[in-house]
Design a protein around this ligand. Sequence first.
Ligand code: 57M
Length: 349
Amino acid sequence: MLYNLLNIFKYITFRMFCGSLTGFFLVYFLMPYFIAFMQRKQFGQVIREEGPSHHKKKSGTPTMGGVIIILSVILSTLLWCNLKVPFVWLALFVLISFGVLGFIDDYLKIKRKHNLGLKARQKLVFQGLLAISFVLLLKKCTDYSFELYFPFFKQLVICLSWGYLLFAMLVILGSSNAMNLTDGLDGLAIVPFGVVAGVYAIFSYVAGHVEFARYLYIPYVPGAGELAVFCAILVGAGMGFLWYNAHPAEIFMGDVGSLSLGATLGAIALMIKQELLLPIAGGIFVAEALSVILQVAYFKATGGKRLFRMAPLHHHFELKGWSETKVVIRFWIISLILGVVAVSTLKIR
Ligand code: 57M
């Protein structure tokens, strides 16, 4: 009887369920203490002068809520994941190392009482080094191939050889910075993050199951099931954060949250060989990042004309007169639709 009861802990689905609840409640209970601590220390966000005017009233909102998300994810992972699987440690490596980078950036902004932390170039160099270290560790610790698989195609596979290192760096840097750019309105980044983590929970589960993987033409990745538990924890902790980040936000996640959570999604996509699914599931992040690239390119090419009223994209809609909640909820709807499209690629191939 007791044996049967304990057996339930072996099931990935059961641990996904418990992990997400643990992640949620840890953030839910710890965050109020953190908010109070940040308020006592007067560690609040410094708001840029040139932004949409209603953002000025957000000045002083505590930031760096990502610290509690990361802490809760680490604790839940230690509780619910099989720690013998290298993927779990590799995911934690990315989460923590990008978290430290973001933390330094946030800390400098608060200390200098200025919206500028680390220089963009400094950040990119550190992010690049961390991404390369991750891929080299991944190659060393697991039976990792440098092949690229395509959604919608059953048998299309390209071997990128060592060029894969550059590609992997692009995936991690892209997802980390795109999530950072998206994180500019209450609740805007965390819901699409939860959707993408949910999509990857499903794909990791399938990729780690030899029969499902074969049946659905997904590359089989032994041990990927543990990443399904990890992704479920990310969803739970993300929703715990949304509890406090919902408009009007009591706390922002800070770079410590956005850089690390974004990079972690990229790392998971790489580990289960579903890299090209990321721009579909995370289409909102892509649109936000693209809007900045296009805006800057157009501005330079035309000697000062703008394509959008302001980039990233959410500011464009705010300046068109949409309320903050309208922009955010509409972006959530699109992100949910994209999540469904991403899951449907399981069968459409
Ligand atoms: C960080 N940070 C938020 C918070 C959050 C190249 C250029 C496009 C870069 C870009 C930029 O700096 N992006 C990165 C964006 C900031 O939020 C903090 O930062 C963390 C995330 N990294 O967790 O700690 C502000 O966003 C608002 N916010 C909320 N609710 C949330 O839950 O309301 C954040 C979280 C907060 C708060 O007001 O202070 C940010 O937006 O600064 N730069 C820009 O985004 C700027 N765009 C710009 O300059 N566009 C130009 C060119 C260069 C493309 C143009 O269109 O011509 C805008 N940023 C802001 N105002 N704030 C400019 C206007």
